[in-house]
Unconditional design. Structure first.
Lengths: 243, 443
């Protein structure tokens, strides 16, 4: 049975992705900062789908631990999905460097650090799939969340470059732009229903996207065009908007 | 997030701040920092029991922790719904020990309402099958309770409508089955007397309930169809069914995408009943073997059937009176039938004995039917409440959206003891619903 590694496995999106792949008979490696919090999820996947599930401690911002973490996995995963992210508080991040650094390190530096390790391993093996969950917030910086947005912009560019590099090794890299997703991370926000995906829909789209070897996946198709329009607004006008 | 919430009856609808959680620590933090909270599952109770200023949505707390296939024991987080459990246990030869008429409820909701099923006279209510459970109380402490461990908390939580705290984990026993099918018998009854006699005659059947036609008068008053069933054995299946006795054929779901004008559902049920009564059921007795789904969950086949009652919504009225108070049942059914405001069909069931603190079931007759919201309805239901009380009966809190506090306090014999236990575990009335305020249980 193939194996999938989920980095940031405790989020609503990761829970849905794990269930989708377990239903498709993948063994699952769950990784998050506090591995013990993953135990109910591990039991759930085993009871529901009868697959093998392991839990692993992984801290995205502890860069030096990443190589050992990957080497310590019980099996080399066929697919690695980088789900972790931190929305943070934009206003706080403008005032407090700790918050800004945490947003940048979680969404960008940490992702680069672990995916470098995974990418080198997959390049040697000449197989594997890497999926990065980025964000439409990374497509243009807006005053309401540009620290998070700029970190995700960096991650999007990283994934694009990685895809280019690994193409010749037969390793596929897929970037996912989920748009709004109904999760705990966004439960304090009022989201437009038409543009908001359920975590299960994201999981389904990722599974299908891997099958079809998609490069950039928009979970709700509207987002591709919304972002296209937003990117086309001239900067002289954009800077005056309050988006 | 502020959200418009209503339960299955679409009445009342309120704006509530909804919060979900996936880890117990997240819940604990939230509970100790807030008041006016109530846990909410899948919103299938009918009234206002799970509506409050702050809703704790349990739906993301949905991990199955263990399934002992040998002994038939399930241990789950309380936000798991019964349909998810059935999908896992039926293929392994197990079934829910007790199930209400919909499988789209959470396990936590099943405990908080102490739900009953068609087998109440044989297997009791859901609470009788709980091995132990965790309740996160008002102090933020999680307490594991059972009939022998913290029994006061246990009994006040079964049927306690979420007022002792948030039920977070439930471990319960399952029922062994050898097929996913039910051997069903349908019996026509000319009137109420006959159906009551038939209930007695068929009480050895594990499952039983009756549909009553509320429109009939005179000799046909209480004309009904009694439906009884047993889990089928492999020998009773057809050759095709026997190939995979624990697997049901795949089926499509219908859904009502929007609210219909309120007369539609009644027209539909009238036709359905008449079809059963005159058409398919022209013989007095009908036998067949059917999948468990249409037997236990006939209305689940139409998702959102509640929209059939229109935008104003409806209340479901369910009461129980003891076996000695058959006159009470007759009197109430007469009032309902004369008024003509209720749904055309009512469900009748005979409950067996049950020891409990605050659960609804007690040995006797229970009748349930829908009333679309209309002017004057609540006054009429208040009159019915008085009759129920007069005959020593009570109403099901899970269906209730409007009962007056005096009715509750006078009809539930242990109300005072229940309220005392609630106070003990729910310090400062952190957990409070529209219902608990209305019934003065948390004030």
């Amino acid at each position: 049975m193939p194996t999938i590694l989920l980095l940031g496995a405790g989020s609503d999106m990761a829970i849905a992705i794990a269930r989708k792949f377990a239903a498709e008979k993948y063994n699952i490696q769950l990784a998050a900062r506090a591995a013990d919090t993953l135990i109910p999820q591990q039991q759930d996947l085993q009871v529901r789908y009868g697959v093998t599930v392991t839990t692993h401690a992984f801290d995205a911002t502890n860069f030096t631990s990443h190589a050992a973490f990957y080497a310590g996995l019980p099996a080399t995963p066929d697919i690695t999905i980088c789900v972790f992210g931190y929305l943070g508080d934009q206003e706080k991040a403008q005032q407090q460097w700790d918050e800004a650094v945490n947003i940048i390190n979680t969404n960008y530096t940490g992702a680069v650090s672990i995916l470098n390790v995974v990418a080198n391993s997959y390049a040697d093996r000449k197989q594997g799939v890497i999926v990065g969950i980025s964000s439409v917030a990374g497509e243009r910086g807006r005053q309401s969340n540009y620290i998070y947005g700029s970190a995700k912009a960096g991650f999007t560019a990283y994934l694009s470059g990685l895809r280019n590099r690994l193409f010749r090794s037969g390793v596929h890299v897929m970037s996912v732009q989920p748009g709004f997703v109904n999760t705990r991370m966004t439960q304090h926000l009022t989201l437009p229903p038409l543009l908001t995906a359920q975590p299960e829909a994201v999981a389904q789209a990722i599974f299908k996207g891997i099958e079809k070897k998609k490069n950039v996946l928009y979970v709700k198709w509207h987002w591709r065009y919304i972002m296209l329009i937003i990117k086309l607004i001239p900067e002289s006008i954009f800077k005056k908007l309050s988006l | 997030m502020q959200k418009r919430l209503a339960n299955w009856g679409n009445y009342p609808a309120i704006t509530s701040d909804e919060n979900a959680f996936t880890q117990e620590e997240q819940l604990r933090k939230y509970v100790v920092a807030n008041t006016h909270m109530i846990a909410r599952g899948n919103g299938r109770c009918y009234g206002d029991a799970s509506l409050g200023a702050h809703s704790i949505s349990m739906l993301k707390y949905d991990k199955m922790l263990a399934f002992d296939i040998e002994k038939g024991i399930m241990d789950v987080q309380a936000g798991v719904t019964l349909d998810q459990i059935l999908d896992i246990i039926v293929p392994k030869g197990w079934f829910l020990p007790v199930t209400p008429g919909t499988k789209y409820i959470t396990v936590g909701g099943a405990v908080a309402s102490d739900v009953h099923g068609k087998n109440h006279h044989v297997d009791g209510a859901f609470s009788g099958h709980i091995i132990d459970m965790d309740v996160l109380t008002g102090s933020g402490e999680t307490i594991c309770c059972s009939a022998s461990q913290h029994p006061d908390l246990f009994w006040a939580t079964c049927g306690g409508m979420g007022l002792t705290g948030v039920i977070t984990r439930v471990k319960f026993g399952l029922k062994q089955i050898s097929t996913a099918y039910i051997r069903q018998t349908q019996l026509k009854a000319k009137n109420l007397e006959e159906v009551i006699r038939l209930f007695e005659e068929y009480k050895h059947y594990t499952y039983s309930m009756a549909w009553i036609d509320c429109l009939q008068k005179g000799d046909s008053f209480g004309r009904s169809i009694l439906i009884v069933g047993e889990h089928a054995t492999p020998e009773e299946l057809s050759a095709a069914q026997r190939k995979a006795p624990l697997t049901l054929p795949a089926k499509r779901k219908l859904t009502l995408p929007f609210n219909l004008p309120s007369f539609v559902l009644n027209t539909f049920t009238v036709k359905a009943f008449n079809w059963l009564y005159y058409g398919k059921n022209y013989k007095r007795e009908m036998h067949k073997v059917i999948p468990y789904e249409p037997f236990f969950y006939p209305l689940d086949a139409i998702l959102h059937w509640n929209r059939g009652y229109g935008k104003a919504g409806f209340v479901q009225y369910q009461f129980v009176v003891s076996l000695e108070q058959k006159d009470g049942l007759i009197a109430i059914l007469k009032r309902i039938s004369d008024k003509g405001w209720g749904s055309f069909l009512a469900v009748l069931k005979v409950f067996g004995k049950q020891e409990s603190l605050i659960s609804f079931p007690m040995e006797g007759y229970t009748l349930a039917l829908d009333f679309p919201i209309r002017k004057g309805l609540f006054e009429f239901l208040d009159e019915l409440d008085e009759i129920v009380l007069q005959y020593g009966g009570r109403l099901y809190l899970s269906k209730d959206a409007r009962m007056k506090r005096e009715i509750f306090w006078n009809s539930y014999p242990n109300a005072g003891r229940f309220a005392d236990i609630v106070k003990q575990y729910n310090s400062n009335a952190r957990f409070e619903s529209l219902q608990s305020e209305r019934l003065s249980l948390t004030k």
